[in-house]
Design a protein. Structure first.
Length: 265
């Protein structure tokens, strides 16, 4: 009779996967379980990870302000392709721009490189922005149910008024009211905009350092665990989101200036 896999071992398997990027087969061998079982456990545990509550988001924002000098930031977001063997009869759903088959792991990390949100199961053919739109996390971001803290005045920057709490990502994501997705484009930028780009890139490094290891995995026959969500609209930025980027730029060049920043830009 085979004993059931307990909660502690399930958590250990999922954390091993997220931390190392080892293949399902390698992890299965280490824990003496089937590789298909590892695939199921990773999806189930990732789905059960609690989304931060309002006070958690506030603590994350404080961490980004203290460590990375970026205000009202509640996490860095990015997508990572998990290479798989194409499931039977899947067509081009999992075929990505690198000409391999993959699932998309969407993650949010805090200022200390800790994973705070993990959403696994997006089709490989989707961009990071598409994976966000079609994920449960993306739906919560769209409908305002993430329990982010209310808009606040940044201490010392009262002239800017109330500012929302935001995630930071790269240009693959849409520019939204709670998502600063990209630096200012172009080469002939003002010094102020170059400084904003530097600070944004610096805050985003947390997600890059949390997921540097390439991930290779074997697929199981289970379907993706993410539920479909309504489209969040196109990747075209709204006037408010564009103005928000300008406002953060203003803060980082005035009230939020740090003594060393002019030496690096």
């Amino acid at each position: 009779m085979r004993l059931s896999i307990g909660p502690a071992e399930r958590l250990a398997i999922c954390l091993r996967y997220l931390a190392t990027g080892d293949s399902y087969r390698t992890i299965a061998f280490s824990y003496r379980v089937g590789h298909a079982t590892v695939a199921v456990i990773v999806k189930e545990v990732a789905g059960a990870m609690p989304v931060p509550q309002t006070e958690d988001w506030r603590a994350i924002a404080a961490g980004f302000q203290e460590r990375w000098n970026f205000p009202n930031c509640v996490g860095a977001i990015d997508g990572k392709h998990v290479v798989i063997q194409a499931p039977a009869n899947s067509g081009s759903l999992y075929f990505n721009y690198k000409c391999t088959h993959s699932l998309v792991l969407l993650a949010v990390v805090d200022a200390q490189y800790l994973f705070r949100v993990v959403d696994v199961g997006g089709f490989g053919r989707s961009s990071d922005g598409g994976s966000l739109r079609n994920s449960a996390f993306g739906e919560s971001l769209r409908d305002g149910s993430l329990q982010l803290p209310p808009d606040t005045v940044i201490p010392g920057a009262e002239r800017l008024g109330l500012l929302p709490h935001v995630f930071v990502g790269d240009e693959a994501f849409p520019l939204l009211d709670n998502l600063l997705n990209s630096p200012f484009p172009g080469r002939q930028l003002t010094r102020e905009r170059r400084l904003f780009n530097y600070h944004l890139s610096r805050a985003r490094k947390t997600i890059g350092r949390s997921s540097r290891t390439p991930v290779v995995a074997e697929s199981s026959d289970e379907g993706p665990t993410l539920r479909d969500a309504p489209m969040m609209g196109s990747n075209n930025a709204t006037h408010r989101s564009i103005q928000l980027r300008e406002t953060f730029c203003s803060y980082l060049n005035e009230e939020g200036v740090v003594s060393w920043q002019h030496k690096v830009v």
